[in-house]
Design a protein around this ligand. Structure first.
Ligand code: BEZ
Length: 308
């Protein structure tokens, strides 16, 4: 079986047309047809139902399409990783979610620059759910994110759990109550800002973190509104449109309009992960991790060292 046969099949399956696939692959239609026929005869199964327009995949073809798509994506990742292994990058590209920028990221960068003045650092604002792809493509070397996800190419190092605080408009009746319980918040509209990129509830186990946390404590918000990001969520809280929960390091944002109140639950936390490739990592990873741990020691934070 040859790579070009798989690529020809992918192109025809994706566009459901030999003529469209001929344009994207820059191969002639007879060549595409020959490559796919060879593939079908090697497998011993028809993959494309040629009698329908647009073309359709047979059941075996649909199965083979999904599996080879993953295989070819893995091959792209492997090629990019091997190229980087042979030519180690001179800069360290760091992807980050905005919420860590309001926390310790500036301290981490300052510490790292002091320890390794010759290292060039690039910072890229990338949502947690896009960091894995950016790592595989070589667009970043490490990422700081807040979601746990499973991917055989990626290593996630859990750095610490950060407590959530409740963001309430100043005039809210609960603004004067300390150590709130999630059940006390049930009468409010909860503003969600985490997974607004997803247009359906994912089947892969990720669920909206704030709703998940409410559910774990037997509470349900009266209603919810989803917005595009955390800054918008805090803007709506300031306008009296609802409440939200944010990691503790954000409690200085809009502090003239928003009151931040502690939650009593010790497990109402948001994790911070350092994401990196599983097999090959940037030479500066060890010193980056050490810088983070030293800052945690310095600030007296509770954290978890890798391997412990
Ligand atoms: C932290 O807040 O723990 C953190 C933020 C950015 C990078 C590393 C750690």
């Amino acid at each position: 079986m040859q790579l070009k046969q798989l690529e020809a099949f992918q192109a025809v399956a994706q566009s459901q047309s030999f003529s469209a696939a001929a344009k994207t692959t820059k191969l002639s239609q007879p060549t595409l047809s020959r490559l796919i026929k060879q593939l079908e005869s090697e497998i011993g199964a028809e993959l494309i139902d040629r009698y329908h327009r647009p073309l359709q995949l047979t059941e075996a073809g649909a199965f083979f399409y999904e599996k080879t798509k993953l295989l070819l994506a893995d091959l792209d990742t492997l090629t990019a990783m091997t190229a980087r292994m042979a030519n180690p990058p001179k800069t360290l590209s760091i992807g980050f979610v905005p919420s860590v920028l309001y926390g310790l990221l500036p301290d981490v960068i300052a510490w790292l620059k002091q320890k390794t003045p010759s290292l060039e650092i690039q910072l890229k604002d990338i949502p947690s759910y896009q960091q894995f792809e950016a790592l595989k493509l070589g667009n970043i070397d490490v990422g700081f994110g807040r979601f746990a996800q499973q991917d055989p190419w990626i290593r996630q190092i859990l750095l610490r759990h950060e407590r959530y605080v409740v963001a309430l408009p100043y005039q809210h009746p609960l603004a004067s109550c300390s150590d709130l319980r999630l059940s006390q918040l049930s009468d409010n509209r909860l503003i969600l800002y985490h997974q607004t990129h997803l247009d359906h509830i994912p089947a892969n186990g990720i669920s909206e973190p704030l709703l998940n946390m409410f559910a774990r404590h037997g509470a349900t918000p009266f209603s919810t509104t989803a917005v595009s990001d955390l800054q918008v969520a805090l803007g709506l809280v300031a306008a009296g449109e609802g409440i939200t929960l944010v990691p503790d390091s954000l409690k200085t944002l809009r502090s003239e309009q928003i009151h931040y109140q502690r939650l009593i639950h010790e497990d109402a936390t948001s994790p911070i992960y350092l994401n990196t490739l599983a097999e090959t990592s940037h030479p500066a990873l060890a010193i980056l991790l050490e810088s983070i741990y030293q800052i945690y020691e310095h600030k007296g934070f509770t954290y978890r060292r890798t391997g412990e």
